[in-house]
Design a protein around this ligand. Structure first.
Ligand code: HEC
Length: 200
């Protein structure tokens, strides 16, 4: 079982994206279809969230400890709300149908890749995220793709997500996450996981 998890992760190594998924090209069309009536200046702005205000998205909505946390889809309440059962009070789109899985996957991928608003015209912070390094001293290490090795000496590149119950969750470049038992990692990788776990 442990072995399968690590092998799966290793097979992802070849798939480095050609361009980052970004908001204007990939996510905005989905928002227009499902969220516009309540979250756009064109129609109405509910919950103080205007999905068509790109500056506000870039400066406030997308940042550590906000609705969209770059690199961290599982802690982005924006995505979380769309994944809730439709009967839930917090489910989005309110009064609508759940988004198709392919769209949810794309939004997840977008967040994993750094939640860039416009890849053709990135801000300085976004440039740093695209390059795999981040601006804040703490976000830095957490958003970066690190090299991880297992006890058999095989290496993968992934971002750290969390360390819980002696298992580390790693996110690959395609946005898929894998849980790897800490004991199957090399001593260096275990130390890295513990160090990053403390930052969270
Ligand atoms: C029919 C109206 C409606 C639609 C459609 C809708 N929302 Fe909302 N949304 C609301 C309301 C109203 C709120 C205010 C908070 C509340 O009442 O829960 C809200 C709040 C939110 C929040 C929380 C904002 C915050 O600052 O906490 C998020 C995130 C959100 N919506 C995302 C979406 C997304 C993504 C979609 C499309 C997939 C969507 N919503 C579609 C009505 C809507």
């Amino acid at each position: 079982m442990k072995r399968i998890v690590v092998l799966l992760a290793l097979s992802q190594l070849g798939s480095v994206p050609v361009r980052a998924v970004d908001y204007v090209s990939d996510v905005l069309p989905i928002m227009k279809e499902h969220c516009w009536s309540c979250h756009s200046n064109e129609e109405e702005v509910k919950g103080n969230l205007a999905l068509d205000d790109l500056d506000e998205m870039r400066d406030f909505t997308i940042r550590e400890f906000s609705l969209i946390r770059p690199g961290n889809p599982d802690e982005s309440s924006f995505l979380e709300k769309m994944l809730l059962p439709p009967g839930d009070n917090d489910f989005m789109p309110r009064k609508g149908d759940p988004l198709p899985k392919a769209e949810l996957d794309l939004i997840r991928k977008w967040i994993v890749e750094g939640a860039i608003v416009d890849a053709k015209n990135p801000s300085e912070k976004e440039k740093a995220r695209l390059a795999g390094t981040e601006m804040g001293p703490d976000e830095d290490e957490l958003l970066k793709f690190h090299s991880w090795t297992n006890t058999e000496g095989r290496a993968i590149e992934a971002r750290f997500l969390r360390l819980v119950d002696e298992a580390v969750t790693l996110v690959m470049r395609d946005g898929k996450s894998y849980q790897v038992p800490l004991a199957t990692l090399s001593a260096d990788s275990q130390a890295l996981a513990r160090k990053l776990g403390e930052k969270k």
